[in-house]
Design a binder for this molecule. Structure first.
Ligand code: ZN
Length: 321
């Protein structure tokens, strides 16, 4: 993650904006409704929280077209956070720095930041790759792969964590939070069972992912991630890295390369595909798998996570043999 790059500027920007806005009277960024005010960092968490909240709490999402690997907050987000009661983030270093800089900048001392990824048992976490901007001299902590939301099993843990926080913040509506969380968890289990069924009988479940986002997804659906196009999110591979990837796919006869809808050009993925086809890998193809990190603001509804996960599973089931 790029925390080292943006932590200081983001905090400074937010602090400056709040100072400026503080001088004049302004309307609340929140609807005048009773119940806990909940912000979430990005789209999957919006779906988890909105389904548990129902009409008993208000949920607002911060990141839309800029996902957690590249997001920089503006005054809109700072104002939302400034009046919120709860702030759900993924944690695991993905949006942790953003959450603390937004909280600090907003001056909202009573805001509770909840890192949902921390609720996931250690033995379920995958060791992370190194995305830090630093030289590799001396030992350092790599941490964990943060893309936990892409596993329906781990999403369930996050949903239950949201339920518990909402019950604690708003005990009068505990029964409603319990009921809706249970209903949503049942839907997540249905989604997983459906996906597993679609992939039944596929003999070759190997793929190359676009950035290192599908580890937990692969684990949940018994797929095999054999390589990655962008070793660092948002950074195109160099010629040597591309050659290495092509070589690996050719030797092992890996035919599927996952691409993300956000990167429409897909130059590097197309290069790999071209090389594989030339090298005689039969039926090599690109398959669109959305890591659910970004969303067009108008497309974000509480069922977005389920729709997107289904689309991913359908695309993979259609491409795998
Ligand atoms: Zn990612």
């Amino acid at each position: 993650m790029r925390t080292r790059v943006f932590l200081v500027p983001a905090a400074a920007v937010v602090a400056g904006l709040v100072l400026t806005a503080g001088g004049c009277s302004r309307e609340s960024a929140w609807p005048a409704r009773p119940g806990p005010k909940v912000v979430v960092s990005f789209a999957p968490l919006y779906c988890f929280a909105a389904n548990v909240a129902g009409d008993d709490a208000v949920v607002k999402n911060l990141m839309t077209t800029a996902g957690p690997h590249e997001f920089n907050p503006t005054d809109v987000e700072a104002r939302l956070v400034g009046e919120a009661d709860l702030f759900f983030v993924n944690g695991l270093e993905l949006d942790t720095a953003l959450a603390s800089s937004l909280k600090k900048g907003s001056g909202n001392g009573r805001l509770k930041v909840v890192e949902l990824g921390k609720l996931i048992p250690e033995d379920k976490l995958i060791e992370g790759a190194c995305h830090h901007d630093h030289d590799h001299d001396g030992p350092h902590e790599h941490g964990h792969d943060p893309h936990v939301w892409l596993s329906p099993d781990l999403a369930e843990v996050m949903v239950n964590g949201i339920r518990d926080e909402l019950k604690a913040a708003d005990p009068a509506h505990a029964a409603g939070y319990d009921r809706r969380a249970a209903e949503y968890v049942a839907r997540l289990r249905g989604l997983k069972a459906e996906g597993a069924k679609q992939l039944t009988g596929k003999e070759d479940k190997r793929l190359v992912t676009f950035h290192e986002s599908l580890g937990y997804f692969a684990k949940a659906f018994d797929l095999k991630v054999s390589g990655v196009v962008q070793k660092k999110p948002g950074v195109e591979p160099n010629a040597a890295e591309l050659a290495e990837l092509v070589n690996l796919c050719r030797k092992k006869n890996i035919r599927l390369i996952a691409v993300e809808p956000q990167y429409t050009a897909n130059t590097s993925a197309k290069t790999v595909l071209g090389e594989l086809t030339r090298a005689g890998v039969k039926d090599a193809q690109l398959v669109e798998v959305d890591p659910l990190e970004t969303v067009h603001p108008s497309g974000l509804t509480p069922d977005w996570y389920e729709r997107k996960m289904r689309a991913n599973l359908e695309a993979l089931a259609g491409a795998m043999k």
